[in-house]
Write a protein that binds this ligand. Structure first.
Ligand code: AMP
Length: 546
């Protein structure tokens, strides 16, 4: 027997219409690429998304067409999210921090038809335009006054149009089409640390239910009383879904544009009374350094989501104890839309000591409803949830990838489960803790050493700004850990002092065999430490114990 409820497809256009109708005066504030602050409301965003939908239809964009963006977090990018997906085309957010050849490869693989881009990226687009095989229209996301002299620009970027001119003549009324909720809505390529990048193709259904689940109190806890500033880019898994969950609940949004340095972000937090933010640890490192240098406080910020890489316990402590800001340590992947787990305590933990609570808070947290997870050994046997056994983390759920775009890489699933490539433990209460990326685990004498655990200890040292641990070949033990460190400016630290700091915190055989001081740790396009680069850089490194 079927239920008798209305069967309305879950469509992304419903989100913007809901926000425009029920939160018409709630603001969206952007640091504009042209300079200054731009403000408008969900009512305005809804109107402009509809104008854009009309313009796209007129220019021949049809259901399933891929439309690319190279843009920062800002109001026009937000309109594209809804205008493109709303008409059944696919919003393809491209990471501008990739190499130009990689961007061209991705755009050609996706067969993007139109490319929308911010002024910042004009030189980049000029460089890649000749390499693009399917993209025939380029739209600069600005107004006429900021358009480059067309006769010059068009020699490099053919068919260059102006965003504001494109939407200006269009009516702000539009009836969003209704289609199957499983229709593709947006596309995001993985960073491709092995082989070519692969596309995760989200659907309207997966996006809407992910947005609903993200907003829950024990997930990211978003509401109409919040002012949310996603530092995490809209080109990195849809700002971790915040581009959808914020309008879904009617939260005020603040977009930081291209200025992601500590001062610019802190200024916006204060000026716009931001209550919640989200970003990778490297961004918060910059912010906290700026705050400490200038003795600043947060007057409205209550919580921040930290994910993308393991958040060092020292950073969680600093936010919580020094600034009174709750850290929501979250884990996910491009292939998971991205949310998998978020760390929040349960009632039974509230009576625990601060230290005991902290031991839970440093984990990546519990699975969000919609994500099922397990850890398995190399033979595929499930391992116990005891907080000790660590194995390959597998997930499944309605917003987890089933297959990559165009079947790239074959069938990624193992008996219906997606292997994340992460190694983790899960406690009896279901708190998952990542010990490593499987490729980064250090295999010493047949046992595994967690590089993340060692890095977390190193960055707790006051003179350490950043730390990475990699395995280096060893004649006796196969691999041994090498600790690579960037010192805090103006601080002194010796190898011996740092190694002494590990005493009593880990088993003796985990102690790094050496410390290498360096000026910078290479970061990838999504702000993660590039261990592949470090392994290349330190290839053949002579350990004192070897
Ligand atoms: P991406 O698809 O680029 O977002 O990268 C996903 C990968 O980032 C995951 O598979 C993890 O290896 C890593 N990651 C994401 N969040 C965390 C976290 N909170 N702690 C540790 N690693 C994380």
């Amino acid at each position: 027997m079927l239920g008798l409820m209305q069967s309305q497809p879950l469509l992304i256009s419903n989100i913007i219409e809901h926000a425009a109708r029920h939160h018409p005066d709630t603001e969206i504030v952007s640091r504009a690429i042209e300079g200054g602050i731009h403000r408008y409301t969900y009512l305005d965003a809804g109107k402009r998304a509809r104008k854009l939908a009309n313009a796209l239809g007129k220019s021949g964009v049809a259901l399933g067409d891929r439309i690319a963006t190279l843009a920062w977090n800002g109001y026009r990018h937000f309109e594209l999210y809804y205008g493109i997906s709303g008409i059944g085309a696919v919003m393809h957010t491209v990471n501008p921090r990739l190499f130009p050849e990689q961007i061209a490869w991705i755009a050609n693989h996706a067969e993007d038809k139109v490319l929308f881009f911010d002024l910042t990226f004009l030189p980049l687009v000029e460089a890649i335009a000749p390499l693009l095989t399917t993209c025939k229209t380029f739209v600069l996301m600005t107004d006429r006054a900021h358009m480059p002299e067309l006769s010059k620009a068009e020699t490099k970027v053919p068919n260059l149009q102006c965003y504001e001119e494109m939407i200006a003549p269009e009516p702000d009324a539009f009836v969003w089409p209704e289609f199957d909720e499983n229709t593709a809505s947006s596309l995001c390529y993985t960073s491709g640390t092995t082989g070519n990048p692969k596309g995760a193709l989200y659907s309207h259904r997966s996006t809407v239910i992910h947005a609903l689940a993200s907003a829950l109190p024990d997930t990211l806890n978003c509401s109409a009383r919040d002012c949310i500033l996603p530092v995490v880019p809209m080109f990195h898994v849809n700002s971790w879904g915040l581009a959808y969950s914020c309008p879904l609940v009617g939260a005020k949004m603040v977009f930081p544009g291209a200025q992601l340095d500590g001062k610019s972000v802190h200024d916006l937090f204060e000026a716009e009374k931001v209550t919640m933010s989200a970003g990778v640890p490297t961004v918060w490192l910059g912010l906290l350094t700026h705050m400490k240098q200038h003795n600043l406080r947060f007057s409205t910020l209550k919580s921040t989501v930290i994910g993308g890489s393991s958040c060092p316990p020292a950073m969680i402590k600093s936010f919580q104890d020094e600034y009174g800001v709750k850290v929501l340590h979250a884990w996910g992947m491009t292939e998971m839309s991205p949310l998998g787990t978020v760390c929040n305590l349960k009632t039974k933990h509230l009576g625990l000591s601060k230290e005991e609570q902290f031991a839970i808070e440093v984990t990546q947290g519990r699975a969000v409803f919609g994500v099922d997870m397990k850890i398995v050994d190399d033979t595929g046997k499930e391992l116990p949830w005891d907080g000790k056994a660590f194995g390959n983390l597998m997930v499944k759920g309605p917003w987890v990838v089933r297959e990559y775009f165009k079947g790239e890489g074959g069938d990624p699933l193992i008996e219906g489960w997606f292997p994340t490539g992460d190694v983790a433990t899960i406690s009896a209460d279901g708190y998952m803790q990542i010990t490593d990326r499987s490729k980064d685990v250090i295999k010493s004498g047949g046992e595994w050493i967690s590089s993340i655990d060692l890095e977390n200890i190193a960055v707790a040292h006051p003179a350490v700004q950043q730390a990475a641990v990699i395995g280096v070949l060893h004649p006796k033990w196969d691999e041994r850990p090498l600790l690579i460190v960037v010192k805090r400016p103006g601080m002194d630290l010796t190898r011996e002092e740092l190694l002494k700091f590990f005493e009593g915190k880990i088993a003796k055989w985990w102690l790094p065999d050496d410390v290498a001081f360096t000026d910078a740790i290479p970061l990838g396009a999504t702000g993660k430490m590039l261990k592949t680069k470090l392994r290349e850089q330190f290839k053949g490194y002579k350990l004192p114990t070897a």
